[in-house]
Write a protein that binds this ligand. Structure first.
Ligand SMILES: [Zn+2]
Ligand SMILES: [Zn+2]
Length: 759
């Protein structure tokens, strides 16, 4: 029977060859109608036999172009119009502000095949690309996305490239970064002093240098990496020493999935992520007896792995004696990623022995993205290259809302129409370079997205940089959002949860409405508003920042504040070399000198890690908690320690007895794995009891819960909480497309502002 439907497809469907694909598919199935781009996706009108329309709807998902990412297909029947043919019609929108900004994508199979074909004119050409792969966001200066507005403008096309570019049947039709050895960018090898090394084959030369244990700074898609042979302990140690990065795990790039399997366990889902066009770093479980240099990821049971994504990476990983490279962002400690050639020479002097550079300029730096599979779902640790600036669809107009994020791992988020754009990973706003970098990227993305500046959204913390940053822009209003409410609202928005929900937010530190540091919260509410149901008992952080950098201080302070003199004695037993400092801490706490009060999950983990002797002084943010988690047995459930719940106006979770039990286990030399596993289970059980008490105290609460906050990267916590909550009849959500850490904060802030606007 002849039927007609309107189909709306949302997701990444613009600027990826989606309309020509729909056109071909409709013609193959002998369907008539139209396809066009509109404000937030692609709109299709289809007319034909009902079964053929069904076939279309299946195949549009299954056969979509490589870079397309369909998030939603809405179908509704409509009146038959007796259209004769299928056609692509002009977009249902106007003005520059609707332009799509494409993502940087890993090289595709077709291009790789050509690159490896000795008869192809792009044989071994490190900048091969097509409409379905190659750099985009990082090389675009102005919109619309067109070669003269990219850093390819300085490479006029040769006749061969021009012909492909103009041929509508060619897979490089309108591929803006199209290039070949004749007309395109070239690589160049330089020594540590920046002198060009003349070589017929700089890539082969680089392979030889890496095999000889040298450190090479390699210019990639989003910036420079520092690289060395991941099997060579001396090289990795040298890199750590020069970069002043003693223990933080380094990411590696493996030649292939097969090469990865030799040192890590790869599930199907992880393999899919590794080989996706976004090509993120995926956190994998190491094999017990893997052969990588020990200092690549010391004290870790996991390792961050990516596969080659630029054609240049593929060419570097062709030698069977060099199958895994350490590949770490080239930035001096705490500073933004190095991406300009001059900066590379300035900042990396004394670190890089050589530079493998090229003359295609990177205009906008973007760090590698980092993901893991957690409780069977995607869990973003950093959402950047390959994902930025893909918009998130929303059902509400969010035009003019700009959210400034937090202070650590920060990002910003911009709303336009019914789309939300999260900017690239910026980092910690702790030095002028990073603040300038934030400023530059925000200004740039605001210009691209071209939205009015109506509402600025910032964290409620009075000391965050966002307060200063926003004064450079002219916003009509400023909205302050509580840190953990932003985490909760982000998850509510991502999953489009209607009505009210619980929020279990386990986090590092965030400014609380009572002036204390929050971070172990059970909240209840929606994106617009919340009520605090339960939290962790506050303990002092003497010297605040110092207690965060040196978790043993925070541990001692917890013991002292919970148990007085007995606690000070316990602290002296587990930190015998700190007796004098423990006395100072005791009087700081008594007199409340330079001491803030905190109840956060991150600090609790830090303290237990220090008491167990795992990490007493942290070298990087979150180290103590991460290293403790690495020692946990995720395969079984251990008996929890004791804990108490105090029910005043708020439910307070009290771990004083647990800490005492842990101290005595440590002194009795119980294994850290046993202690850590029991501790993890205690946290889960305490939260479950508090949830039960919260439900009893308040009637008619929804049994929906969102899990978020940086501590929810912890695999044990996420898995066990999800299991327990589901068993108690809760519907459980966690962030899947945005980071649950502060990288996702700006998205949540925007969600709060949008919900308040709706109300
Ligand atoms: Zn390609
Ligand atoms: Zn060419």
């Amino acid at each position: 029977m002849l039927t007609a439907v309107n189909v709306a497809i949302r997701g990444r469907v613009q600027g990826v060859g989606f309309r020509p694909f729909v056109y071909q598919l409709a013609c193959q199935l002998q369907l008539s109608g139209t396809v066009q781009n509109n404000m937030d996706g692609v709109k299709i009108f289809l007319e034909g036999e009902e079964d053929l329309i069904q076939m279309f709807l299946t195949e549009v998902k299954e056969k979509a172009p490589r870079l397309a990412k369909i998030k939603e297909i809405l179908v509704e029947s409509t009146a038959v119009q007796h259209v004769q043919k299928f056609s692509i019609i002009p977009s249902e929108r106007s003005g520059t502000s609707q332009l799509v900004i494409p993502i940087d994508s890993a090289v595709c199979e077709d291009c790789l095949e050509e690159m490896n074909d000795p008869n192809d004119f792009r044989y071994q050409y490190p900048f091969i690309n097509c409409t379905q792969c190659g750099p985009r966001y990082t090389i675009i200066d102005e919109l619309p996305y067109d070669r003269p507005y990219t850093s390819m403008k300085s490479f006029p096309m040769c006749d061969d490239c021009q012909q492909e570019y103009e041929d509508p049947t060619n897979r490089r039709h309108h591929a803006q970064p199209i290039a070949c050895p004749t007309c395109g960018p070239k690589v160049q090898l330089l020594d540590g002093a920046g002198t060009i090394i003349n070589s017929a084959n700089p890539i082969q030369e680089t392979i030889n240098l890496l095999k000889a244990g040298k450190i090479v700074a390699i210019k990639g898609i989003g910036g420079y990496h520092l690289c060395c042979d991941a099997m060579n302990e001396a090289a990795v140690t040298a890199l750590r020493k020069k970069k002043n990065r003693p223990v933080r795990p380094l990411a590696v790039m493996a030649a292939s999935l097969t090469a990865t399997s030799s040192f890590a366990i790869v599930s199907d889902k992880e393999a899919e992520l590794l080989t996706s066009p976004e090509a993120p770093i995926v956190i994998l479980k190491k094999h017990h007896n893997e052969q990588l240099a020990a200092s690549v990821a010391p004290n870790m049971s996991t390792i961050g792995v990516m596969l080659p994504y630029a054609p240049l990476h593929h060419l570097l990983l062709t030698d069977s004696e060099l199958s895994v490279l350490v590949m770490t962002s080239a930035n001096p400690s705490g500073l933004p990623l190095v991406y300009q050639d001059n900066d590379a020479m300035n900042y990396l002097v004394g670190i890089a022995d050589f530079y493998l550079s090229h003359n295609r300029e990177i205009l906008h730096p973007v760090d590698d993205s980092v993901v893991q599979v957690n409780a069977g779902k995607l869990d973003f640790l950093r959402r950047s290259r390959g994902y930025v600036p893909d918009p998130f669809p929303t059902n509400q107009d969010v035009t003019g809302i700009v959210a400034f994020g937090g202070q650590q791992k920060t990002t910003f988020t911009i709303g336009r129409n019914k789309q939300i754009f999260i900017g690239p990973h910026i980092g910690d706003l702790e030095n002028i370079e990073t603040i300038n970098h934030y400023h530059k990227e925000l200004t740039h993305l605001l210009r691209w997205i071209d939205t009015p500046k109506t509402s600025a959204v910032i964290d409620a913390h009075p000391g965050y940089q966002a307060q200063n940053l926003l004064t450079d822009y002219d916003f009509a209003e400023v909205i302050k959002v509580q840190h953990h409410h932003a985490h909760m609202a982000g998850c509510i928005a991502e999953h489009q949860i209607d009505g009210k929900t619980f929020g279990i937010i386990l986090d590092g530190t965030g400014y609380g409405l009572d002036g204390h540091i929050w971070g172990f919260e059970i909240l209840y509410g929606d994106a617009a508003d919340f009520k605090r149901i339960a939290h962790l008992h506050y303990t002092p952080l003497p010297g605040s920042e110092k207690s965060i950098r040196e978790p043993w201080r925070n541990a001692a302070a917890m013991l002292i504040s919970y148990h007085g003199d007995e606690g000070a004695d316990m602290a002296s037993l587990v930190f015998p070399d700190k007796a004098q400092e423990i006395q100072v801490l005791t009087s700081m706490i008594e007199k409340r000198i330079n001491t803030v009060y905190a109840g956060t999950c991150g600090r609790l983990f830090d303290a237990v890690s220090a008491i167990c002797g795992v990490t007493k002084v942290a070298n990087y943010d979150g180290q103590a908690a991460i290293e403790l988690a690495e020692l946990t047995d995720e395969t079984q459930i251990y008996e929890p320690y004791s804990f108490d719940l105090l029910d005043n106006e708020l439910i307070t979770i009290d771990f004083s007895t647990m800490l005492k039990e842990i101290v005595s286990d440590v002194l009795a030399r119980v294994s850290v794995t046993m202690i850590s596993s029991r501790f993890h289970e205690t946290v889960v059980q305490a939260i479950m009891s508090a949830m039960g008490m919260g439900l009893n105290k308040n009637s008619n609460l929804e049994k929906t819960v969102v899990l978020s906050g940086g501590s929810l990267h912890n695999r044990y916590l996420r898995k066990r909480l999800t299991e327990e909550l589901k068993e108690k009849g809760f519907v459980v959500f966690a962030p899947e497309s945005i980071p649950c850490n502060d990288g996702g904060l700006s998205y949540g802030q925007l969600a709060v502002a949008a919900a308040k606007r709706r109300k």
